[in-house]
Design a protein around this ligand. Sequence first.
Ligand code: GTP
Length: 595
Amino acid sequence: MKNIRNFCIIAHIDHGKSTLADRLLEVTKTITPKEMQEQTLDSMDLERERGITIKSKAIQMQHVHNDEAYTLNLIDTPGHVDFAYEVSRSIAACEGALLIVDATQGIQAQTISNLYQAVDHDLTIIPVLNKMDMPNAMPEEVEDQIIDLLGCKRNEIIHASGKTGMGIDAILEAIVENVPPPVGDPEAPLQALIFDSVFNSFRGIIAYFKVVNGEIRKGDFVKFFNTEKEYYADEVGVLGLGLVPRDVMKTGDVGYIISGIKTSKEVKVGDTITHVKRKCAKAIAGFEEVKPMVFAGVYPIDTEDYEDFRVAIEKLQLNDASLTFMPESSAALGFGFRCGFLGLLHMEIVQERLDREYNMDVITTVPNVPYNVYTTRGEKLEVHNPAGLPDGGSIDYVEEPYISAQIITHADYIGNIMNLCLGKRGELVKQHYLTTNRVELVFDMPLAEIVFDFYDKLKSISKGYASFDYHTTGYRPSKLVKLDILLNGENVDALSALTHVNNAYNLGKRMCEKLKELIPRQQFDVAIQAAIGAKIISRETVKALRKDVTAKCYGGDITRKRKLLEKQKKGKKRMKQVGNVEVPQKAFLAVLKLD
Ligand code: GTP
């Protein structure tokens, strides 16, 4: 146990975490150059393309320092806010953290939010200034920021480059010398923390854990504390480049268990594994049920694909436990599901995976956050869907989720950011200068306000010089209304949105304007109206086509006509018939793209 080091890498997105991890694997010869593919730890195609780490993984390295052999377990963490809970569990499995800061960018919002979590778990922090090979690196300025944040000494900050390999040996030395070995009682009843799980189509669910106390052997009869499910440990082992089976995993070890678990729902990240016969007294602290915070209706474009779609989404959930879904139907879109996502990025990823891995073309409706509705009869309802809002008379009050939003920016943009956040019903709770020109701003804000176009706006008003992170803080009462959209007098349920009363008029007006742009001209006038209850608050009209463009083909060349029909059919795929109006798919997301 004394020669084990468990550590993670925390960094803001794109600060070079994966590249640096690759160098560590190379230098410790965990991977031969031949096996070395760029960013080995990011195995999903989608991750590679988007350059983000979605699911955290772990890998074991062997390293000799002063003639002693050490086992180093690197636990990779995802960097995006949507996956913050996974970061927190990975951190809980470690004793140390490399804090990587891009020398050209300086400290950003996620650097700080992840660091706070690491400090909360008493991890030893090793500061690393990365990308030192770049000509625009600002080592002194960024060192000042790190010193201010950590209270460390200047000479403790390691200068490194994932590109050239600079500083990698120094990092390995710091891990061995400074990160404490795991503590724990080898004699105590088994307690192992699950920090991740993956789905493998041959082997089922593989759960990753760290043994906090006691030991686990192959064949043991074990219990998952929070789900109360019991399994035989068919296989346990450590994580090399693949799975390496072992007979026993001892206190401090990091590894995997395969135990006939079929779906990811049975394994909860943060849960504790113990023995059935010799049960631990309590679970490892900090377990949370991850709750989806963004909901949207997802519908197959072709209604005949509903069964295939159901199968696809069920399969997808096997390896993505944070995705939830319930059948839902819409007058406009037919049968589909109301899906719950951790955040907007998660929603995009699911949509893309459905398309790529299952060849499913889907329409996603306007997303919304979960609301708590208290009725006059004293009931509490959780509403995930505008259609689920009870009628006005029976509502006592509504609560919406709030977040604490952390923004780090250049001082020049404070004014713009204040305007943006206050306009989004934010309240400033903290303003802290990290250096003379870098500021940390903290706002309390409704989550609903960042679900739409917050990121894009923040980026454009700060010319890209603002980073953002958030965590949810609870629910607060809110004045909410349901905004309906009517096309030629017919209510299009899939376009309804729940919104704060102060935003409703503006949102209705902008939605009508946007839909006017997006709905193509048809053989007749199309009236677009926004309404709250029976009251119409805005109206636009798409004028009828003056002339029938297909008319000239009639009686003409048959192949040409067929071609035109084919083309029309393809075009139709991305259209939905709503009453007598053809609506393009992008119209359903119009509200996300309002200027
Ligand atoms: P996420 O996993 O998405 O959080 O990103 P990451 O932090 O793992 O960053 P990644 O390793 O993917 O690097 C981001 C970009 O920076 C890539 O284009 C890398 O090639 C580049 N990069 C990483 N490290 C260095 C470095 O030391 N020097 C230079 N010049 N470029 C680097």
